[in-house]
Structures are given as structure tokens and as C-alpha cells.
Design a protein around this ligand. Structure first.
Ligand SMILES: NC(=O)C1=CN([C@@H]2O[C@H](COP(=O)(O)OP(=O)(O)OC[C@H]3O[C@@H](n4cnc5c(N)ncnc54)[C@H](OP(=O)(O)O)[C@@H]3O)[C@@H](O)[C@H]2O)C=CC1
Ligand SMILES: O=C(O)[C@@H]1CCC=N1
Length: 268
């Protein structure tokens, strides 16, 4: 892809996206530039990925064909006011922050700009991301194709109606955190019975990875896959019954609900 990719805000999600982009080879290292308020994270990405860095957001805005706004939502207004006269007329601007809608940011730019709302997740770093995207009316078919192939270079992409973007935030953006909690707890249980922690993490993480892969590759309903693990009179059904008793599913559904509600609060 002969395009310059810019990041304003070089925190956790930007670092994951930069890693995904560089590892995939979709663009060369010298086609990626990132800015940040402070320098440590910039030095980190410069050392690890050899990309261009700056503390000047305007420099990034001037150069980028695809401009990721990877600051948190509380910095959006200030950053957009700072850069809006400097963005290239044809640039595709990618809104990554939870609770930042296309409409709100069209008002901030106060001129026709190509806006993509994207909600990725940190596993983009290892080529296993999932990103939901929605676009405004100024994004052309070819912009959309390029945007999709950019995100597809490090994971799956789903086009979604923007009204579902807060749900994507919960089920795609935030859910790796819930999953790490599950893996950690599973490993804690194994450690309780004497397994070395390092080995417990291998079993727990690989089991989660394998279960996810089974679902995606077989398209079998998760309940059926679960049933096939529960041997009659066996060990698994004992655990399943305990997880039901302790409200695992209800806790997870609630976790999605509070996530969506928080995103709504950020929308204002
Ligand atoms: N983390 C994740 O898994 C995901 C996050 N997101 C979204 O991405 C956004 C960023 O999240 P995350 O990466 O976790 O947050 P971080 O706090 O890790 O990163 C935000 C970065 O923005 C920088 N920053 C803040 N203000 C400015 C400014 N005016 N100019 C330049 N840089 C600035 C901060 O710099 P400094 O360190 O100097 O303060 C920081 O490095 C959030 O809105 C979140 O909703 C979306 C999907 C997944
Ligand atoms: O915690 C957050 O707000 C962001 C959104 C998705 C993942 N992290």
C-alpha cells in the first residue's frame, strides 16, 4: 500500500496497531509516523518498529493519508482543533476512541472530511485482531476497500452500522481484558493444585485459543461444542454446574451492559 499511516496518540492501542501494521508488511516502516504528548512511548515504537516519531501532532496530520486519532476521548476536541487546518484534503481520518461518534467529530472538523469510526482491539499486535468499522458519506468505495485491507492485514474486519459501535467496543475492544481475567483465574485454580504458574498459563491460554478457533473454523454452536466436552457423569459437567451457580454468564452479560452504558456516557 503506497500510503502514509499516521497516529496521533501513541498509547496502548496505537502501539498494538503499529505492531500489527509493521509485522504484516502492508506498508514500509518509513510510511508510518506517530506523535504523542510525552516521549517514552514514542521512543519505544521507534526502537521496536523503526517508524518515524514526533511530538508535533500537526506534522503527522500533514503527512498522513490514513490518520488514526488514538488519543482518549477527553483529548479529541483539543487535538482536532489543533490539526484540522493541516489534514490532507483526501485523508481518511480514523476515530478509534470509545464513545466518539462520526457525527460529533464531523462537527468538530466543521468541513467535509472522510471519517471512519473504527473499534479495534489489542490482539492486532499478534495478527489476531477484530475491528468493527463504519464510515461517513465522504468515504469512497476505494477508501473503504483500502481501510478494510489495512485492518485485515492484522485481523478480521466487520462492517457494522454505527449504532452498534458501542456494542463492538464491549464485545471486541474490551473483551480481551475479560478473557485475560478468565485465563488468569483458570491458571490460579491449576496453581492451587500444584501446577507451576508458567505451565498453568500455557494450558489456560492455549485452551482458550483452541476453543475460539474451534468455533470460528467449524461454525458449530458454542453450546454444542460445550456439550461435546461434558462427558456423562464426568468432571466437566461438575464445573459447568458450578459456573452456572456462580453466575458466570450473567456476570459476562452485565459486563457488556455496563460497558455499553459507559460508552453512552462518553458520547455525552
Ligand atoms: N486499549 C485498547 O485496547 C483500546 C483502546 N481504544 C480507544 O483508544 C483510545 C486510547 O486508548 P489507550 O491507547 O488505551 O490509551 P492510552 O492512555 O494508552 O493512550 C493515549 C495516548 O494519547 C496520548 N495523548 C493524550 N493527549 C494527547 C495530545 N493532545 N497529543 C498527543 N498525544 C496525546 C497520551 O500521551 P501521554 O502518555 O503523554 O499522556 C497517550 O500515550 C481510547 O479512547 C480507547 O477507547 C479502542 C480500542 C481498544
Ligand atoms: O477501556 C476502554 O475504554 C477502551 C475501549 C475498548 C478497549 N479499551
Amino acid at each position: 500500500m503506497n500510503r502514509t499511516i499516521g497516529f496521533i496518540g501513541c498509547g496502548n492501542i496505537a502501539k498494538s496497531l503499529i505492531a500489527g501494521i509493521i509485522k504484516s508488511g502492508v506498508v514500509e516502516r518509513n510510511q508510518v509516523i506517530a506523535s504523542n504528548r510525552s516521549t517514552p512511548s514514542l521512543q519505544e515504537v521507534e526502537e521496536q518498529y523503526g517508524i518515524e516519531i514526533t511530538t508535533n501532532n500537526i506534522e503527522v496530520a500533514k503527512k498522513a493519508d490514513f490518520l488514526f486519532l488514538t488519543v482518549t476521548s477527553d483529548s479529541y476536541e483539543a487535538v482536532i482543533n489543533e490539526i484540522k487546518e493541516s489534514v490532507q484534503p483526501n485523508a481518511v481520518i480514523i476515530l478509534v476512541a470509545a464513545g466518539e461518534s462520526i457525527q460529533k467529530n464531523e462537527h468538530r472538523f466543521a468541513k467535509p472530511v472522510k471519517l471512519v469510526k473504527a473499534m479495534p482491539n489489542t490482539p492486532t499486535m499478534v495478527n489476531e485482531g477484530v475491528t468493527g468499522i463504519a464510515v461517513n458519506q465522504f468515504v469512497t468505495e476505494s477508501d473503504l476497500e483500502e481501510t478494510k485491507s489495512l485492518f485485515e492485514s492484522f485481523g478480521r474486519v466487520e462492517l457494522v452500522d454505527e449504532s452498534l459501535m458501542d456494542v463492538v467496543t464491549a464485545v471486541g475492544g474490551s473483551s480481551p481484558a475479560f478473557t485475560y481475567m478468565f485465563i488468569e483465574a483458570l491458571a490460579d485454580g491449576a496453581v492451587m493444585y500444584g501446577m507451576p504458574r508458567k505451565q498453568a498459563y500455557v494450558f489456560a491460554a492455549q485452551a482458550v485459543l483452541g476453543a475460539a478457533k474451534m468455533m470460528l473454523e467449524t461454525n458449530i454452536h458454542p453450546a454444542e461444542l460445550k456439550d461435546s466436552v461434558c462427558s456423562p457423569g464426568g468432571t466437566t459437567i461438575e464445573s459447568v454446574a458450578r459456573l452456572e451457580e456462580r453466575g458466570l454468564r450473567s456476570a459476562v452479560i452485565e459486563a457488556v451492559k455496563v460497558n455499553v452504558e459507559k460508552a453512552k456516557q462518553i458520547h455525552g
